[in-house]
Ligand binder design. Structure first.
Ligand code: UT7
Length: 325
C-alpha cells in the first residue's frame, strides 16, 4: 500500500560573515575561552551585519536550498519560517522571503517555537503537504539572536549566534515500507509552566519594546536531557526503529554537554552525532538546518540515510522527527 510522504529534496544554509570568537567576547564581558569551551563546547559564533535582517539570512539559505534541490522557486507554494527574531512584529518575515524569491502563489507564514522552531515547522509543513493543499514547501529556520541579547550578561551573551538553514520538501508517493524516504514521524511537545525560565523580557503586547533574552541556564539544562530522551523514545516506539538503526543524530545545537548527555542516554554512538555548536553557537531555530546542511555538504548525510532530529527550547517546547534522507 503506497503512502504519501514529505520528502526532502535539498538543503542550504547561510552564516553572516562576521565571526565572533570566545577571545573577542572575553574583551567585552568577564569571561574566558576556557570557561565557554568547558561549559558549552562553543568556540565561535557568527553575527549579522547592522543592515542584515533575519529575512536576508533566510532568503540566502532558501536560495541555497533551492539550488541544491534543483528546484525552481516558482514551484514553491508553501513557506514556513521558524524564527523568534523576525524583522518586524508583522508582517511575517516569510513574506519578505516570498517576495525576495519572486513567488506570488501559495502561503507564507512565520512559526514561533524558539529553539524547537525548526522541528515544529517541519512537522507543520509535513502536515499541510500531506493534506494535498500544498505540493512543495520551503521550511526555514533563521535567527538574529544577537539583536535580543543583553551584551552585558555573560551568562547568556556567550551562548547564541546568528544564521539560517532551509530545506525544500515535496510530497511523493512511497511504497509504505521501511525504506520509505521522507518525514517518517514528528512529535511535538510543550509545557508552558516553564515559560519564565527562558524568555525575552519585552514584546509588542507587554512592554512595547523588543526586550532581551533572560535564562535560568541551570533549570533549562536540567530539563533538557530528560525531555529530549523522552520524546525520542516516543519516536522509536512509534516507528519501530532504535538508536542502532540511525545513520545520523542531528540535535539542536545549544550546548555540547546536553548533546553528548542525550546521545549517551539514548545509546547513540558518538560518531553518528553531528555537532556544529563549536562553530555556530546556539542559533535557535536555525541550528538544526545549519547542522544538516553542514553534514550533507561534507558528504556525511547521504540519500537513504536515517536521520534523527531533536530540539528543546523556550516555553518549554521540545520535539523530535525521524527522516529518511
Ligand atoms: O536552546 C535551549 C536554550 N539554552 C540552553 O540549552 C542552555 C542550557 N544551560 C546551559 O547550557 C548551562 O546552564 C550554561 C552554559 C548556561 C551555564 O553553565 P552552568 O554549568 O549551569 O553554570 P552556572 O550558570 O551554574 O554558572 C556557574 C558559574 C557562576 O559563578 P558562581 O556563581 O559559581 O561564582 C556564573 O556566574 O559560572 C559563572 N558564569 C561565567 N563565568 C565565566 C556564568 N557565565 C559565565 C561566563 N564566563 N560566560
Amino acid at each position: 500500500m503506497t503512502v504519501t510522504r514529505s520528502v526532502i529534496l535539498g538543503c542550504g544554509s547561510y552564516l553572516p560573515s562576521r565571526r565572533l570568537t570566545n577571545d573577542d567576547l572575553s574583551r567585552m564581558v568577564d569571561t574566558t575561552d576556557e570557561w565557554i569551551v568547558q561549559r558549552t563546547g562553543i568556540r565561535a559564533r557568527h553575527i549579522a551585519a547592522e543592515k542584515e535582517f533575519t529575512s536576508d539570512l533566510a532568503l540566502a539559505a532558501a536560495r541555497a536550498a533551492l539550488a541544491a534541490a534543483g528546484v525552481d522557486a516558482q514551484t514553491i507554494d508553501l513557506i514556513v519560517l521558524a524564527t523568534s527574531t523576525p524583522d518586524n512584529t508583522f508582517p511575517a518575515s516569510a513574506a519578505a522571503v516570498q517576495a525576495g524569491l519572486g513567488i506570488t502563489q501559495g502561503a507564507a507564514f512565520d512559526l514561533q517555537a524558539v529553539c524547537s522552531g525548526f522541528v515544529y515547522a517541519l512537522s507543520v509543513a509535513d502536515g499541510l503537504l500531506r493534506t494535498g493543499a500544498h505540493q512543495r514547501a520551503l521550511v526555514i529556520g533563521a535567527e538574529t539572536f544577537s539583536r535580543i541579547l543583553d551584551w552585558t550578561d555573560r551568562g547568556t551573551c556567550v551562548l547564541f549566534g546568528d544564521g539560517a538553514g532551509a530545506v525544500v520538501m515535496e510530497t511523493q508517493s512511497q511504497p509504505g515500507g521501511r525504506d520509505d524516504r521522507g518525514i517518517l514521524t514528528a512529535h511535538l511537545r510543550s509545557d508552558g509552566r516553564h515559560k519564565s525560565k527562558l524568555y525575552v523580557d519585552g514584546g509588542p503586547s507587554s512592554t512595547g519594546t523588543v526586550g532581551h533574552l533572560r535564562m535560568e541556564g541551570k533549570e533549562v539544562f536540567k530539563f533538557a536531557v530528560g525531555a529530549i530522551t523522552d520524546v525520542i523514545k516516543d519516536v522509536f516506539r512509534d516507528t519501530g526503529y532504535s538508536a542502532a538503526d540511525l545513520d545520523w543524530f542531528v540535535p539542536h545545537q545549544a550546548n555540547k554537554r546536553i548533546i553528548d548527555g542525550s546521545a549517551h542516554k539514548l545509546g547513540i554512538a558518538p560518531e553518528k552525532v553531528v555537532t556544529t555548536v563549536d562553530q555556530h553557537g546556539n542559533t535557535s531555530a536555525a541550528s538544526i538546518p545549519l547542522a544538516l546542511d553542514t553534514a550533507v555538504r561534507d558528504g556525511r548525510i547521504k540519500r537513504g540515510d536515517l536521520v534523527l532530529l531533536e530540539a528543546m527550547g523556550g516555553g518549554f517546547t521540545w520535539g523530535a522527527a525521524l527522516v529518511r534522507w
